[in-house]
Design a protein around this ligand. Structure first.
Ligand SMILES: Nc1nc2c(ncn2[C@@H]2O[C@H](COP(=O)(O)OP(=O)(O)O)[C@@H](O)[C@H]2O)c(=O)[nH]1
Ligand SMILES: [Mg+2]
Length: 218
């Protein structure tokens, strides 16, 4: 099979309360599908995908670790923050509790991750509000304001409908590439950012299909 080429490998983590849809967002990204009854994540799962960022003229291999949101796995989760260039901090727009808890997930990220990490706040499950506006417990403006205060990117998405899922990852990648360009991330000396080795032209070559998802926690 023909090799797949990329310029950077960027490590991402997905964090947030249990059941907000972290695993579903990853499955949507890598497999373009939605599971109505996924198994709860035990420990950490992994998915990878190639993303093209046309403005930067770059292909990025995104390596994404999906973490368990339950308290018993929190210490395992923390060790995965180290070395991440990007983070999806997920809450459920129909659960105020999950939005409130995003503060403590962010505090964890700030404590354990690279200070230059790009974090995007993702309000998931917007499809539920389209059917019934009364189900929304977190107004868009409130989340947007908090994200701005904390210096986070922000998007509302749905793993079920697929809306804004690719966009969330792309927008975080774009931000990281911009940081690399400005020298904030020092290419592959920064954790979570690996520059491809010039093996074929000036980009790396991989034999994989660029869209895999394996489970190492169940
Ligand atoms: N309606 C709706 N349900 C979702 C969405 N994302 C996830 N779910 C459901 O929410 C539950 C928890 O999802 P899961 O991905 O396991 O959450 P995690 O614990 O954060 O990984 C499952 O029943 C999913 O089918 C979404 O965007 N819309
Ligand atoms: Mg999960």
């Amino acid at each position: 099979m023909a090799g797949i080429s990329w310029h950077y490998v960027l490590k991402f983590i997905i964090t947030g309360d249990a059941a907000v849809g972290k695993s579903s967002l990853l499955v949507r990204l890598t497999d373009q599908r939605f599971l109505a009854n996924p198994d709860p994540t035990l420990g950490v799962e992994f998915g990878s995908k190639l993303i093209t960022i046309p403005e930067e003229n770059k292909v990025v291999k995104l390596q994404c670790w999906d973490t368990a949101g339950t308290e018993s796995f929190r210490s395992i989760t923390r060790s995965y923050y180290r070395g991440a260039a990007g983070c999806l901090l997920v809450y459920d727009v129909t659960s105020r509790q999950s939005f409130q808890n995003a503060r403590s997930w962010l505090a964890d990220v700030r404590t354990h991750a690279d200070p230059h990490l790009t974090c995007i706040l993702v309000g998931n499950k917007v499809d539920l509000c389209a059917d019934d506006a009364a189900r929304r417990q977190v107004p868009t403006e409130e989340a947007e304001l908090w994200a701005k205060e904390e210096g986070l990117l922000f998007v509302e998405a749905s793993a079920k409908s697929g809306v804004n899922v690719d966009a969330a990852f792309e927008s975080a990648c774009r931000d990281i590439l911009e940081k690399i360009r400005k020298g904030v991330f020092d290419d592959d000396r920064s954790p979570g950012v690996k520059l491809s080795k010039p093996t074929n032209g000036n980009v790396a070559v991989d034999g994989s299909n660029g869209s895999s998802s394996t489970c190492c926690g169940t």
